[in-house]
Design a protein around this ligand. Structure first.
Ligand SMILES: Nc1ncnc2c1ncn2[C@@H]1O[C@H](COP(=O)(O)OP(=O)(O)OP(=O)(O)O)[C@@H](O)[C@H]1O
Ligand SMILES: [Mg+2]
Length: 252
């Protein structure tokens, strides 16, 4: 199952991706995490891993990829057929405790250009990735909805939107539900950083209360790890429940 984890900035996409990946791997599943955020450097730390080499480099680097895209009027195919997890080239994918991690690429320097090259490669990668039964690919998206515009979400089976207790997040849940519907992809919501004070309002306001896949409480241990940039450890009942739902295929 290929899952895009999306939502507004800071809602907890990377945190949920990391905890879910660890939980699925702990249950014996093969898990690939794809860092698809060109700006942030938190995900690999949350997984306790090193940042993998930019996957774009495998195709010649950003400049070459951009040239290939321009010269072909954006039709260049970087993949000649389906890829399995075993096809990810050595050096571009780390592994720890059953979780594989790859990264589309980061913006490294001022004036180096836009992130189109990374995004185009990763959009084609997820579309061409073929998983066996019981394998999971979790894509940690960049904040916002530009990835819908670029068509990245066309290549996944499920959209998991992380919703934090803010007006913007709850409003965005409606937009993401519409965007998901428009491309025929199921959208499930994960309420995050939930407290007693915010719980009811979030349950009532989110786009579809029957599509809530998990309710994750605001947690001081998670917040502390976020502050120090350290690995997320421990088990969380809401994440365990979410992982079980996914493994049982209960999310359609
Ligand atoms: N359930 C939670 N309880 C407490 N803090 C949380 C929780 N989930 C996430 N956080 C904290 O919120 C901050 C943002 O989380 P995270 O980096 O996962 O968000 P993000 O959506 O990936 O952000 P970005 O849009 O910048 O990529 C971090 O400091 C993290 O520790
Ligand atoms: Mg993030």
């Amino acid at each position: 199952m290929k899952i895009a984890i999306c939502g507004k900035g800071g809602c907890g996409k990377s945190t949920t991706t990391s905890l879910l990946a660890k939980e699925l791997a702990h249950a014996g599943k093969k898990v690939l995490v794809i860092d698809s955020d060109e700006s942030n450097y938190g995900l690999h730390r949350q997984l306790g891993m090193a940042l993998p080499k930019d996957f774009t480099a495998f195709f010649g680097g950003k400049e070459t990829v951009l040239k290939d895209m321009m010269l072909s009027n954006f039709a260049h195919q970087f993949f000649s057929g389906p890829w399995s997890l075993a096809d990810i080239p050595e050096g571009y994918c780390g592994e720890k405790d059953g979780v594989m991690l790859m990264a589309s690429g980061k913006i490294h320097e001022a004036n180096e250009g836009c992130a189109c090259a990374m995004n185009n490669v990763i959009q084609q990668f997820i579309a061409n990735l073929q998983l066996s039964d019981g394998e999971f690919a979790l894509m940690d998206m960049e904040a916002g909805i530009e990835h819908f515009g670029r068509g990245v979400d066309n290549g996944v089976d499920l959209l998991l939107m992380i919703v934090d207790p803010s007006f913007e997040s709850l409003r965005l849940s409606k937009k993401i539900q519409e965007l998901g519907q428009s491309i025929g992809k199921p959208v499930w919501f994960v309420l995050n950083k939930v407290t007693e004070d915010t719980r009811d309002a979030m349950l009532e306001t989110v786009a579809a209360s029957d599509k809530i896949a998990a309710v994750i409480p605001a947690d001081t241990k998670v917040a502390a790890a976020g502050l120090t940039g350290t690995e997320l450890v421990g088990t969380y009942p809401a994440i365990q429940k979410l992982a079980r739902k996914l493994m049982e295929g209960g999310i359609q």
